[in-house]
Design a protein around this ligand. Structure first.
Ligand code: ZN
Ligand code: ZN
Length: 468
């Protein structure tokens, strides 16, 4: 069910946020599920590029390996999603394969049975007319009717998803009925009790019953975006899922700000080729890299192998120190350092910021302001990297958390059968960093009105949690 003839254009950032592998996209006559990384066609030269962000790579490698989602010893890399520049007139252009999902459809025209009851035929992909791109179905009366993909599927919170076997769901185990199935609606309330899947033999199942916990048993670990099933199975309950609801896909994204290691020209040059250079175990290894890689040779012209090797080691050490801190803490510490200049003011620098003097932002009286410092960030590079997803509820994100939260967030679905790289985007920007005065915040938190409000909000949260 490969969909090679129709192409849909998505923005690169959409592939990292809403429409990554395993997400469903609603098209006019069908719904598709975005393929895993194995189905991202990017063989054409120039259709993608490597994104260098050693800190993000190291964080993800250690966390994903620890959780068994990345094979031991695999060095991850980050890649931009493929772009079709339209340069390939023949053959498969760069792009991402998507699979038809779900494979059940409902006819658009309803038969009116009177008494406010309407019936639509339930059909499978294979029952649709191959001519015209399987967009319609010919009924027993010979009349053609267009179809829509069914809104209901089943999945688990680890991201697995599958079609509901409607024949089985209506009849139960052991009954082999071949009569036609219908989606029957009474009235217009949309109440799950008044929507039923009805079989020609008279058996039926209401959506209300289909939604009952445990109705579909245990999850079978289906991963249609990878064309397979989770090898070790799944322990979660299979749950009813409305395909168009907002809880069908929660991407897991690590976002980091590139920290400047770039103190001088050589460091910047090395950073640009760190992927190749960090493999060297001694100065001779640097020589080899120069010999075999033209770009490296050109970049390092004028520097000795020893000089380059020493700097590579220094850089790796600095990165390791950054790694030992939680991702957001390292970024905060840098911007809150109070240093007048942070990073380098150069066209290829990834971060350049200036801590403003109080007089520059009007913070005349330190005792008066809850703001401790203001930093004008003139240049900033942010890398966002998709590393998994969940359904039904979002796993805790790493965005505002520390490393501990990132550990929790890895309970999610795999993006590839054998992970080697992750899709990422880089965004350049600028902005203002405000550091608040901790003492001023504590003072504000201790006010009676604030404490009352916090306790109200906390009470609401506990109620919500009790209902989960
Ligand atoms: Zn039946
Ligand atoms: Zn599952």
């Amino acid at each position: 069910m490969k969909q090679s003839s129709k192409r849909v254009h998505l923005r690169q950032s959409q592939l990292i946020t809403t429409f990554g592998p395993g997400a469903m996209v609603d098209l006019p006559t069908r719904s598709v599920i975005i393929g895993g990384l194995d189905l991202w066609h990017m063989r054409e030269k120039g259709s993608w590029h490597t994104i260098q962000e050693p800190r993000a790579v190291s964080i993800l490698e250690s966390v994903l390996q620890e959780n068994g989602r990345l094979r031991e010893g695999v060095r991850l890399s980050l890649r931009s999603p493929p772009v079709d520049w339209g340069r390939q007139p023949f053959g498969e252009p760069p792009g991402i394969e998507a699979k038809i999902f779900p494979a059940w459809f409902v006819t658009r025209e309803a038969a009116d049975l009177g008494g406010g009851i309407r019936r639509r035929r339930l059909v499978r992909w294979r029952d649709l007319n191959p001519r015209g791109g399987r967009a319609d179905f010919t009924g027993e009366d010979g009349k053609k009717t267009p179809v829509n993909p069914i809104r209901f599927v089943a999945g688990c919170k680890k991201g697995h998803i599958q079609d509901i076997d409607w024949t089985f769901a209506v009849h139960g185990a052991g009954e082999k009925c071949t009569e036609a199935l219908w989606l029957e609606e009474r009235g217009t309330s949309g109440d799950p009790r008044s929507t039923r899947i009805v079989c020609g033999c008279g058996r039926s199942l209401s959506l209300h019953d289909a939604q009952a916990p445990g109705r579909f048993g245990k999850c079978r670990g289906h991963r249609p975006w990878l064309h397979d099933q989770q090898p070790e199975g799944c322990t979660e309950d299979l749950r009813f899922l409305t395909r168009t609801a907002t809880n069908t896909y929660f991407p897991q994204v690590l976002t980091v700000i590139s920290l400047p290691a770039a103190e001088d020209e050589l460091t910047r040059l090395i950073e640009a080729h760190l992927g190749v250079l960090s493999k060297a175990v001694d100065a001779a290894g640097i020589g080899m890299a120069r010999e075999f890689n033209e770009a490296v040779r050109a970049a390092l012209d004028g520097y000795s192998n020893e000089e380059v090797f020493d700097r590579v080691k220094q850089l790796q050490k600095a990165q390791q120190q950054n790694l030992e801190k939680a991702p957001k803490v390292a970024e905060f510490e840098l911007l809150a350092s109070g240093d007048r200049e942070i990073g380098t003011n150069a066209p290829d620098s990834k971060l350049y910021a200036v801590t403003l003097d109080r007089s520059e932002w009007g913070g005349s009286d330190p005792g008066d302001s809850p703001i401790a410092s203001v930093v004008a960030v003139h240049r900033l590079r942010e890398v966002a990297c998709l590393y998994g997803f969940t359904r039904f509820e979002a796993a805790p994100t790493a965005i505002d958390g520390d490393l501990e939260e990132l550990y929790l967030a890895v309970e999610g679905a795999a993006l590839a059968s054998e992970l080697e790289w992750l899709p990422a985007i880089e965004q350049l920007g600028e902005g203002i960093f405000l550091r608040f005065d901790e003492a001023a915040i504590k003072k504000w938190l201790s006010r009676d009105e604030v404490r009352r409000r916090v306790s109200e909000l906390h009470g609401g949260y506990l109620k919500w949690q009790a209902n989960l």
